[in-house]
Design a binder for this molecule. Structure first.
Ligand code: GTP
Ligand code: NA
Ligand code: MG
Length: 464
């Protein structure tokens, strides 16, 4: 059939959620279960991204997949873990912007929490389908552990009190999600993946529901997003992080969404001071199931095909801008055109961000987080005059200082997860420009409120 000829890439699945709900533990469990099966092979673990080949998933879900007559069409899953604390920043620009489907992890005992709701809004904004993992079911009162059992079977083993508490927790979650204008249902009761969010109870500790989670993720992908993951040769590659690693120097972590990368490829990436042209010295991934950063333990690849998370070693990457695209320059490509595109990518985002003559100055670590930050400020009705990506330098403070004349209450610079250079701090001090700095958007809300309350209070005192 025609479908058999279509090649699918692995979908990118982002794991989001409130701090300590068990995102990383769930990933560990998914990887560990495979180790317990005696097959450590086949799982390539990235820093932040883990590739789970379909064979490993089939093995892990074997008896269960047969029962639900699962038809696997995808080559695997590329799972991206996001850290809880920086979640807001990271998930916007580096995770949720890339992912095809998300898993939103909720602690079943806590229900929806601050970052859960933030994540929901984020996913909605980007129209990304998601599944809710109701994690830590083993904490349910009198829960009988059924190690690595699919949830439907584990549920059947439970006593009345356990079932009662579980049912009431699920009810509470469904009601709380309804409060966020979301219909949700336990996955085996969900008849409409398009309109209803599936709830998958899990335990990252004892393994109940892990098989269900993987199957539901694959099902949602195959039912709603299959077209989107048809493999394409045209390169689509996003820079996640810039990291200095002992023995390797400056490296970049990228997510290769489509196409392929080869050793020696000439590449162009956006830099804070303009496009960077360099050659791929090596493409590496850590060996399966280790977190080692020792050079000799990395696996080198002459060529790698999407979708995959890889580390690239090359010179001159220090000023690369996370969140932007990586381009490969082929022999007959016009490098200047590609460089122009790299510049355009940075500029077009900056231009898209609504600015006005009078307003605050904002700065963020990535293009994606800057976008997110600006839409957040729009929502809370704070006008923005200047935007920039990267560390705060003196010149940025100078731009913010212009507001001292125009409207002094906006003579502030909001530094979202970026370093502030000493010269900038000094300049801000000298010119009486306030710099507010936070690692998450969430924390800015209160700071901004306090700032503007203080100004209002001052005005009141002055006019009194
Ligand atoms: P951040 O990345 O910091 O946001 O946290 P996280 O969501 O990745 O959670 P993490 O995996 O670090 O787990 C937080 C704590 O919850 C750890 O102590 C885990 O051992 C525990 N935990 C995670 N999943 C489960 C679970 O299913 N059951 C129980 N009982 N504990 C769990
Ligand atoms: Na944690
Ligand atoms: Mg974690």
């Amino acid at each position: 059939t025609r479908e058999n000829k279509i090649e699918y890439r692995s979908p990118i699945i982002c794991i989001l959620g409130h701090v300590d709900t068990g995102k990383t533990s769930l990933l560990d469990k998914i990887r560990n279960t495979n180790v317990q099966g005696g097959e450590a092979r086949g799982i390539t673990q990235q820093i932040g991204a883990s590739f789970i080949p379909i064979e490993a998933i089939k093995e892990q879900t074997k008896s269960f997949a047969e029962k639900v007559k699962m038809d696997f069409k995808l080559p695997g899953l590329l799972l991206i873990d996001t850290p809880g604390h920086e979640s807001f920043n990271n998930l916007r620009s580096r995770g949720s912007g890339l992912c095809d489907v998300a898993v939103l992890v909720v602690d079943i005992m806590h229900g929806l929490e601050a970052q859960t709701i933030e994540s929901i809004n984020l996913l909605r904004m980007r129209n990304t389908p998601f599944i809710v993992a109701l994690n830590k079911v083993d904490r349910i009162y009198e829960w009988k552990t059924c190690v690595n059992t699919n949830f439907v079977d584990a549920y059947k083993q439970q006593s009345k009190p356990a079932i009662q508490e579980f049912d009431s927790k699920v009810k509470e979650t469904i009601a709380a999600l309804a409060g966020q204008e979301l219909n949700s249902e336990l996955w085996w009761r969900n008849k409409d993946y398009k309109k209803v969010v599936s709830l998958v109870p899990t335990s990252a500790q004892t393994g109940e529901g892990i098989a269900d989670l993987m199957l539901v993720v694959i099902q949602v992908m195959q039912k709603l997003m299959l077209e989107k993951v048809i493999y394409q040769e045209k390169l689509q590659c996003t820079l996640l992080e810039v990291k200095v690693i002992e023995g390797l120097g400056c490296t970049i972590d990228v997510i290769l969404v489509n196409g392929r990368l080869k050793e020696g490829d000439k590449i162009v990436v956006s830099g804070f001071n303009g496009p960077i042209e360099t050659n791929i010295r090596s493409i590496i991934t850590p060996p399966p199931l280790t977190e080692s950063r020792v050079k000799s333990q990395f696996i080198q690849h002459q060529e790698i095909k999407a979708a995959m998370g890889v580390k690239i070693v090359a010179s001159g990457l220090e000023k690369a801008v996370p969140g932007t695209s990586l381009y490969v320059v082929d022999e007959d490509d016009d490098i200047n055109a590609i460089k122009a595109e790299a510049i355009k990518e940075v500029e077009s985002v900056l231009n898209d961000i609504e600015t006005s003559g009078i307003g605050v100055s904002i700065q963020a670590s990535t293009i994606g987080s800057l976008e997110a930050f600006s839409s957040f400020l729009k929502k809370i009705k704070i006008p923005v005059a200047n935007v920039a990506v990267g560390p705060v330098a003196k010149k940025h403070v100078m731009s913010a200082a212009i507001m001292l004349e125009k409207d002094p209450k906006y003579a502030i610079l909001l530094a979202f997860d970026v370093k502030i250079e000493d010269s900038a701090k000094q300049a801000a001090n000298d010119m009486k420009v306030k710099i507010l700095s936070e690692e998450t958007i969430y924390l800015f809300e209160k700071k901004l409120k306090d700032h503007f309350d203080e100004i209002r209070q001052k005005l009141r005192e002055e006019t009194a």
